[in-house]
Design a protein around this ligand. Structure first.
Ligand code: BES
Ligand code: MN
Ligand code: ZN
Length: 499
């Protein structure tokens, strides 16, 4: 898809379809009244009959008359004005792009950024609209031997801004969207890739390829190095699988040499069968997505490099497969982690926290200023927040506040859960320093409390993205499958941090 910015009078644009946003109740603006004339009164007819009110999710496609420049006009309801946000624009753009692509229209003009949004710049509005279109165009069809004809792949999409607005500013928003969406789509692809293809080694090779593409450093720790250095928790999870474990390490230097890095850590369980504590068969297929935290980290590194963000970043993705077998760890086994702390494994299905424990210890060597980990860590998180927000927990309220704000602005919502010391009592072990499950109560929090045992004295936040990494049904801008959740929020956080 080719995205370009245009400026001028919306009613004078030659295009197969002009897309405009309409706020609920704001049906009589000058623009809409002029538009109504071009479509022979069809708009006022539709509003009078309440067929179109401008409420969220509303849409109306009209064919323009002879005097009009555009062949069609698609109106998208934005909902009530006070609630209008960048997320509304992103959703409207996705919905429009999706509808037009379903109708075999791949070229059109989005006038959605013409709408003013409180506390946001033109660049941000342009970015939101471009993101909506780019993400609506995403598909994973590499294993469909007959490519589906619908929805049509988008071809030329224009982004219309007002006659007096800055072309350069809108273009910078569009360029940001392209970099970010490349990261999101890379993450989605990795999550959607099937387990038979997606070994830890495959994930490592994809990271190497991406790093070469954007010119950042990538280093892999293989079994021999992991053994030598004492990654006992990571190796414990890996020992049930025939596939070799990897620790994927990436470095991006966008800041000056002395600047301490921000570290990103992502869970990379390429398939989580549960191990000896085997999962039920139902929906086990979805556990190919258990590397979504790692995918989000890889996607963020790609986007950060493309954006040339002025920060230093390091990333660690522990990649393993969690399988039951004769060599797998057993419930009751005790592992010695990289930190030296011993872990009693009561449930082999609580494997994510084991590999993250070692990755969190290892990342301390970079003397990071901040560490953020992302993981599809607990089913309990889906019970708590459903599929509407990821949980955020950590040891520093300032960092959590920044992340919450970035989540809100990017449209990738986060919600804080407490991490009071009291919860640590649930993971005390009778036989080792700590155990890997804390029972059913507060499962997301006790998982984070477990991770905290392996966090050095750095500033740290943990994002449990279990409910957000995979979309079971799909919606406009998001087909069923991997979502790439986390890339947009992390980039928003990183851009905000350096502003
Ligand atoms: N990968 C799962 C968590 C998960 C479940 C993510 C559903 C996405 C959707 C994780 O490894 C796991 O199995 N967690 C266990 C922990 C329990 C054994 C303490 C869980 O949540 O049941
Ligand atoms: Mn598990
Ligand atoms: Zn898992």
């Amino acid at each position: 898809m080719k995205l370009t910015v245009k400026k001028g009078d919306p009613l004078k644009q030659k295009t197969p379809c002009l897309v405009l946003g309409v706020s609920e109740g704001k049906l009589k603006t000058t623009l809409l009244q002029q538009l109504d004339k071009q479509v022979g009164g069809a708009f006022s007819q539709a509003t009078r009959s309440k067929e179109f009110t401008g409420s969220k999710g509303d849409s109306l496609l009209l064919y323009a008359g002879k005097g009009a420049a555009a062949e069609r006009v698609l109106l998208i309801g934005l909902g009530k004005e006070p609630a209008l946000s960048l997320a509304s624009l992103r959703q409207a753009a996705s919905s429009a792009a999706r509808q037009l692509a379903e109708r075999q229209l791949g070229s059109f003009l989005l006038g959605l950024a013409l709408v003013a949004v409180k506390k946001s710049s033109l660049a941000e509005r342009a970015q939101a609209v471009a993101e909506g279109a780019l993400l609506a165009d995403y598909r994973y069809d590499r294993y469909q031997t007959k490519k589906p004809g619908r929805p049509l792949a988008l071809d030329k999409v224009g982004l219309l801004i007002g006659a007096k607005e800055s072309l350069a500013e809108a273009q910078s928003g569009l360029a940001a969207a392209e970099a970010i969406c490349a990261g999101v789509c890379f993450a989605r692809d990795l999550v959607n890739d099937p387990g038979n293809l997606k070994s830890p080694e495959y994930l490592a090779m994809e990271a190497v390829r991406m790093a070469e593409q954007v010119g950042i450093k990538c280093r892999l720790l293989r079994r021999a190095q992991l053994e030598k250095q004492g990654f006992g928790a990571l190796l414990g999870v890996a020992q049930g699988s025939e596939r070799e474990p990897y620790l994927i390490l990436l470095e991006y230097q966008g800041g000056n040499g002395e600047q301490k890095p921000i570290a990103l850590v992502g869970k990379g369980v390429v398939f989580d069968a549960g191990g000896i504590s085997l999962k039920p068969a139902e929906k086990m297929d979805e556990m190919k997505m258990d590397m979504a935290g790692g995918a989000a980290v890889l996607g963020t590194m790609l986007a950060a490099a493309r954006l040339q963000l002025p920060v230093n970043l390091v990333a660690a993705v522990p990649a393993v497969e969690n399988m039951p077998s004769g060599t797998a760890i057993r419930p009751g086994d005790i592992l010695t982690s990289l930190s030296g702390k011993t872990i009693e494994v009561l449930n082999t299905d609580a494997e994510g926290r084991l590999i993250l424990a070692d990755a969190l210890s290892y990342i301390g060597r970079y003397q990071p200023r901040v560490v953020i980990d992302l993981a599809t860590l607990t089913g309990a998180c889906i019970i708590a927040l459903g599929n509407h927000a990821a949980a955020v927990l950590g040891n520093h309220d300032g960092l959590i506040r920044q992340l919450l704000k970035a989540g809100e602005r990017s449209g990738e919502r986060l919600w804080q859960l407490p991490l009071w010391e009291d919860y640590a009592a649930q993971i005390k072990s009778d036989f080792a320093d700590v155990k890997n499950t804390g029972g059913r109560p507060a499962g997301t929090i006790t998982a984070a409390a477990f991770l905290q045992q392996f966090v050095d004295d750095y500033t740290w936040a943990h994002l449990d993205i279990a409910g957000m990494a995979w979309d079971e049904k799909g919606k406009p801008g998001q087909p069923k499958g991997g979502t790439g959740f986390g890339v947009r929020a992390l980039i928003e956080y990183l851009r905000g941090d350096v502003k």
